[in-house]
Design a protein around this ligand. Sequence first.
Ligand code: GLU
Length: 500
Amino acid sequence: MSQIRVRFAPSPTGHLHVGGARTLFFNWLFAKKLGGALVLRVEDTDQVRSTRESERMILGDVERLGLDYQEGPNVGGPHAPYRQSERLSLYADYVRRLLAEDRVYYCFCSDELLTQKREAAMKLGRTPHYDGTCARLSKEEAQSRLKQGEKAGLRFRAPQKTYVLQDHVRGRVEFKEGMVGDFLVTRTPGAGEKEIAEGIGFPVYNFCCVIDDHLMEMSHVIRAEEHLSNTVRQLMLYEAFGWTPPEFAHIALVLGSDRQKLSKRSGDVSVFEYIEKGYLPEALLNFLSLLGWWPPAGFKPASGHPEVLSIAELISTFNLEGLQKAPGVFDVQKLQWMNSFYIRSLPAAEIARRAQPFFEGAGFQLEKHSQDWLVKVIEVIRGEVTLLSELPQAAQLFLESTPHLEAEAKVALSEPTALSVVEAMVGTLSANQGPLTVEEVDGLPKRVSTQTGVKGKSLYMPMRAAVTGKIHGPELKLILPILGRESVLKRIQALLTQAR
Ligand code: GLU
């Protein structure tokens, strides 16, 4: 087969949606796996909804996910430009070709009239098709109406026959004759738009998509299932131009946990929001990859968990056969679980680096501390969090200047033997000098127990409460060496004062 070429073709109308991110990722994996190229094409012909700001946001989101592409708006490539709004003159040539072959006709029906007709058809329970009013106009009539300044779009004469698609996901898909009526390839220009050439109007998605997918030499189109109804129109255009269509894979819908199509209602939908909240791109991508795709049976990821696959494993196992027909359900709890898994398993230094903005955002000054120190803190606390944004709170203990005694810890310190336990602890810690080591702290409970005769919960609880102000948290032998001897002793004094 010739080179694998796929594309991600977002319409820039806001941040990258998680559904779009999944489509992008499947295309990316497919290209990586087969040594192909991924093209990023900006579909911005709907100039009312598209903005440059949205394009910047989407490209930023793609970058945040760490996904690269070989051709696109900012990287260029042999098929530049990659923004449809910059390809308008090129589309004009192909519109002229359809016009010369009488495959399209001028349609003067206004949007209001078309809406009325559509609604009337739907009331009668019919599929709303264009009723052919303008198909019956003679060329002369159409020309004279154009000359009088009437606005028109160009409508494609949809062949009345059955189309069959061999889809990589859906299998054999039949589009029955009569399913689709004549459709617009160009429309009358909207506010701020100009005709791409005189009397030609402004091109619409289905048309630009076919021209671009052909000229950009796409071998496969992997996109959401909701585009199936466009696909039949696009197949008609390929046929009209005498071009071989690419292969198609229409990926199943993503549903929210309410089993409705994922939307704003079902919670966060943009990649940006998830990343801002402290989700790791690795976790998000791993999670998205399993919405409608499954690795080959028997594959055992190195993580030890069947659903935690590294990017390298996803690349090596990805194939179109693994794409599922059934919709994927976006289960946020599963994503949270996956995120905590990644927070625990990526190198602590990497987590520390990525957590930096969250510490700054929470108002913590990290300059006083070395990077090594932060990495140690992360190692101790990362098991307790789900999101990067929760790390500052979990690190509070190491960063606060005045320790805070929680109510439960106060209760632990008011036990009859608590004070003797804490005094013995202070005595032992003060008797030694130099850095506080893991070994020293490890031996501490035993020494305190020997001195006081206190054991079990009555021993451990006050010891923990006196240093941390809490009764839960990571092991003391991990916490104390990071705090250091001096700080531990100071904290104990401050917390005992609060306990009185
Ligand atoms: N611009 C379309 C969208 O954002 C892409 C359709 C396609 O992939 O062909 O939905």
